[in-house]
Design a protein around this ligand. Structure first.
Ligand code: F6P
Length: 378
C-alpha cells in the first residue's frame, strides 16, 4: 500500500544516509556509492542527513537531497564528509535543545517518519552503532509494527568494530602513518636520533602495529600489550651499539605511562576527554635512559584526512552497493562487514558486542617480534 507521503519516488522508496562520529577518508565515496546504486539501479530518492544524528534530532531537520549530479569526482578523491558529522551522541548539551526534545530516540523516530524514509543507512563507528541499536530497540518497543529499517556501515580509522576485517578509513590512515614514518626515518638517520611517533587508536593498537611494521619501526607500543620502559631503552641502546645510529618508536595514543597513567586531556566539556601526549611524555622519560638525542611527534588528526587509499575506495564501493542491495531485498538491521576477504553482514548485537582489539598472540604481533621489533612484554 502506498504511504501517504508526497516525497516518494516513483517506485516507492526513499532512503536516508547519515554519517556519525569522527570523520575519516573514504566517507564521501561511501555515500556516493549508495547514491549512485540507489538512483541508477533502483530509481530511489536519497536524502542525506547532515551533521550526524543531530541532523535528524533537531527541528527543522538538516537534510539535503542527494543526486547523481552532486556525486562528482571530488567525492572520489576527497577526505572528510560533505554531509558533516558529529561526535556528540550522548544526551543533549545545548540547553534549548534539551528543553525542546527531551527524548532523542523519539526525535529520531519521528524524524525518520516525517522524512518518509523506508530505510536509513548509518555510517559510523562503535559508539554510533550502539546509539543506533538503542534507537532501534526504542522504536521496537514503542511501535512493534513500524520498525526502524536500518543498515550500518562501519567506519573508523581505529578499526575497532567487531567482526569485520576492515572499516572505512583505516587503510588510508595507515597510508598517512607509513608516509609520515618514512619521512621521519630519514631525518632520524641524518641526526642520529630516536624519534617517538604517536599515532591514534582509542584503546586499540591496530594503527600503531600495522603502521609500525609496514614502516620498519624499531619499537611499537600498543595498549593491548604492557611494556617495560627499561627493556625498551635497552632495546634502543642495543640497536645503537650494534646496528644503526637512529631509531623509530611508534606508540599508540592510548598506551599508559610507565607508572600506568592514561594520557587523557579534557578538551572543552568533560565528555570530550581525548588521548593526547604520551609520545612527548615517553620521549622525556626515555631521554634519561638512552644514549641518543630524542624527539617526538604526534600525527594527530592528519591521520583522518587524505586522498582515500585504493582499499578504502574499493571498500566504499562494496559497502555502498551491498547496503542498497539489502534494502532492495527488504533485509534490515544488519551491519556490513568484510570477513576473510568476503563482503557480508552481521547483526548489530554482534557488531557492538566487543571492541576489536589487537590479539597479543596474533599473527601481526608475531611478525613484529620476528622482525626484531620491540612490542612489549607478554
Ligand atoms: O575514534 C577515532 C579517533 O580518531 C581516535 O583515534 C581518537 O582518539 C579520537 O577519534 C579523536 O577524537 P576527536 O576527533 O574528538 O579529537
Amino acid at each position: 500500500m502506498m504511504k501517504n507521503n508526497t516525497h516518494k519516488s516513483i517506485n516507492n522508496k526513499t532512503i536516508g544516509v547519515l554519517v556519525s562520529g569522527g570523520d575519516c577518508s573514504g566517507l564521501n565515496l561511501t555515500v556516493r556509492s549508495i547514491v549512485r546504486h540507489a538512483i541508477k539501479t533502483y530509481n530511489w530518492r536519497v536524502i542525506g542527513i547532515q551533521k550526524g544524528y543531530w541532523g535528524i534530532w533537531t527541528r527543522p531537520m538538516q537534510t539535503v537531497d542527494l543526486t547523481i549530479e552532486k556525486c562528482d569526482y571530488r567525492w572520489v578523491t576527497s577526505g572528510g564528509i560533505f554531509l558533516g558529522s558529529n561526535k556528540n551522541i550522548g544526551p543533549p548539551k545545548f540547553a534549548d535543545f534539551g528543553k525542546t526534545f527531551p527524548d532523542l530516540n523519539d526525535a529520531f523516530c519521528q524524524g525518520y517518519k516525517a522524512l518518509g524514509l523506508d530505510a536509513i543507512i548509518v555510517i559510523g563507528g562503535d559508539g554510533s552503532l550502539r546509539k543506533l541499536a538503542e534507537i532501534h530497540n526504542y522504536q521496537k518497543q514503542k511501535s512493534p509494527d513500524s520498525p526502524l529499517n536500518f543498515l550500518a556501515i562501519p567506519k573508523t580509522i581505529d578499526n575497532d568494530v567487531a567482526y569485520t576485517d576492515l572499516a572505512i578509513g583505516h587503510e588510508t590512515a595507515l597510508d598517512v602513518v607509513i608516509n609520515a614514518i618514512d619521512n621521519l626515518q630519514s631525518t632520524a638517520e641524518s641526526h642520529d636520533r630516536v624519534i617517538v611517533v604517536e599515532v591514534m587508536g582509542k584503546d586499540v593498537g591496530h594503527i600503531a602495529l600495522k603502521g609500525g611494521i609496514a614502516a620498519s619501526a624499531d619499537a611499537i607500543l600498543i595498549p593491548e600489550i604492557p611494556y617495560d620502559i627499561n627493556k625498551l631503552a635497552e632495546h634502543i641502546n642495543k640497536i645503537f651499539r650494534k646496528e644503526k645510529q637512529y631509531a623509530i618508536v611508534v606508540v599508540s595514543e592510548s598506551i599508559r605511562t610507565p607508572e600506568g597513567k592514561a594520557m587523557k586531556k579534557t578538551i572543552g566539556a568533560k565528555e570530550q576527554e581525548r588521548y593526547n601526549g604520551i609520545g612527548a611524555e615517553l620521549a622525556l622519560i626515555l631521554k634519561e635512559k638512552v644514549s641518543a638525542e630524542i624527539r617526538s611527534v604526534s600525527l594527530g588528526h592528519i591521520q583522518r584526512g587524505g586522498t582515500p587509499h585504493i582499499k578504502d575506495r574499493l571498500l566504499a564501493a562494496r559497502f555502498g552497493v551491498h547496503a542498497v542491495d539489502l534494502i532492495a531485498k527488504n533485509q534490515f538491521c544488519r551491519v556490513l562487514c568484510v570477513l576473510n576477504g568476503r563482503s557480508g553482514d552481521i547483526s548489530i548485537a554482534d557488531a557492538t558486542s566487543r571492541i576489536q582489539a589487537v590479539d597479543p598472540q596474533g599473527e601481526m604481533v608475531h611478525i613484529a617480534r620476528s622482525l626484531g621489533i620491540y612490542v612489549g612484554e607478554l
